[in-house]
Design a protein around this ligand. Structure first.
Ligand SMILES: *Cc1c(COP(=O)(O)O)cnc(C)c1O
Length: 411
């Protein structure tokens, strides 16, 4: 068996032992203690002390004044839009490549999501295309900091300001990520985060909005807490919500908050580790034709990671169907690459009738539909925390598959 022959074609695999990838979500002794303490505290919800502490700490970490903790990272987007006054008849610009929640949030408040294409390098919303898609009805834009990159916040904020449009950052993939050294989510009018179990800070379910605008914070709190204001104790609201502000029960619990506070303490170390893992992979892949790594956020300092994404849209691998590349990697002992999102409007769960959304520029979103979907594979963030031996195997398997693209094509 020759070392250079693809394992798929009978060669020796890069890795014969299983990859040593940390398990996710994380379980810690300190997390267990915090969870038990919340359980025994007799206070399980309704703006308890753990929730308050988490909201304060999470907002401060990301450079914002207020944090409003909620049930998940979908209702946070919905509340963010509502708190910014977005509603029926309005348009909300979203990237075509994201989880469907980003666009559904616009629909939930009665607005129309408008999809625009993403950049080939970062896979985040293309600022130029965002500007082209603006109409007199546009009230908000939701840039998503996708996988392991960041949307161009400087350009997006400049354009939004010029047109009087609210910016809501979808940071579901970017806990702990900073733009020019200040937390993502603090640059827009609101930053929305998810704590669903696959995210880098995870509690099964949960979400938070951060903002430095007192008025927005107050409305966010009322919307998620059935109308109560931030100061009122249970059943003792001094004043009701403003007329017309539709309020819900989108509360999270003390149990979630307890786990999240524990994880938040470890976040700087986790992010630093992921950045080192990504640097190591970049080093191994340097100069390998046909494997393009998703670009880091332009001003990422540090970069956050939901995943680590590679694209095969140029050079020798561009003609090989994605499942073939995935299979070749799996044969090399590297089976942790998964497919990425496709365009929201092609998702099996996306069922809005055509009149309820719009795809900007008529011709569709070629980058999201092509490179971003059919030519990209991702591994989840926890793999970036693997020991060097595992990272090296992942990197070497990618290099080997790329070098043997012709053999793979002929297979
Ligand atoms: C996870 C996610 C959300 C929100 O998800 P929830 O499961 O509702 O917490 C929103 N946007 C993106 C991009 C996501 O990945």
């Amino acid at each position: 068996m020759r070392r250079n022959t693809l394992a798929l074609l009978g060669g020796r695999p890069v890795r014969t032992r299983p990859l040593d990838i940390p398990s996710w979500p994380p379980v810690t002794k300190t997390g267990e203690r915090a969870l038990t303490a919340a359980y025994r505290s007799g206070k399980w919800s309704f703006g308890g002390p753990v929730e308050q502490a988490l909201a304060r700490e999470f907002a401060a970490y990301h450079g914002a004044k207020h944090g409003v903790f909620m049930a998940n990272g979908t209702v946070t987007l919905q509340c963010a839009l509502a708190a910014c006054g977005v509603g029926r008849g309005d348009e909300v610009i979203v990237p075509a490549l994201t989880w469907i929640a980003t666009a559904m949030a616009a629909h939930y408040v009665g607005a129309r999501p408008v999809f625009v294409d993403v950049e080939r390098t970062t896979l985040c919303i293309d600022a130029g295309k965002f500007e082209e898609a603006i109409t007199p009805r546009t009230r908000a834009v939701i840039p998503v900091h996708l996988y392991g990159s960041m949307a161009d916040l400087d350009a997006i904020r400049r354009i939004a300001k010029r047109h009087g449009i609210a910016v809501i950052e979808d940071c579901a993939h970017m806990q702990g990520g900073k733009w020019k050294g200040r937390g993502v989510g603090s640059w827009g009018d609101v930053g929305s985060f998810s704590f669903q179990e696959s995210k880098t800070v995870a509690a099964g379910e949960g979400g938070i909005c951060i903002t430095s605008d007192d008025g927005i914070a107050s409305r966010l709190y009322r919307i998620k807490h059935i109308g109560y204001d931030m100061q009122s104790a249970r059943g003792q609201a001094a004043a009701g919500p403003p007329p017309g502000l539709v309020c819900y029960n989108f509360r999270g619990t003390e149990f979630q908050a307890a786990i999240l506070r524990d994880q938040l303490r470890g976040l700087p170390r986790l992010i630093a580790r992921y950045n080192r893992g990504a640097d190591r992979l970049r080093g191994i892949l340097r100069g390998t034709p046909g494997v393009r790594i998703q670009a880091r956020g332009r001003r990422a300092d540090p970069q956050g990671y939901y995943g680590w994404t590679v694209m095969f849209d140029e050079g020798p691998l561009s003609g090989v169907p994605l499942p073939g590349i995935q299979e070749a990697l799996r044969a090399e002992g590297v089976g942790n690459f998964v497919m990425t999102y496709g365009p929201v409007y092609r998702h099996v769960l996306w069922n809005l009738p055509r009149g309820r959304f719009r795809i900007a520029a008529g011709g569709g979103c070629p980058v999201a539909e092509g490179t971003g979907t059919e030519r990209a594979l991702m591994m989840h963030h926890w793999a970036l925390g693997s020991p060097a031996g595992t990272l090296d195997a992942i990197g070497r398997a990618l290099v080997k598959v790329a070098r043997n693209a012709t053999a793979l094509k002929l297979k």
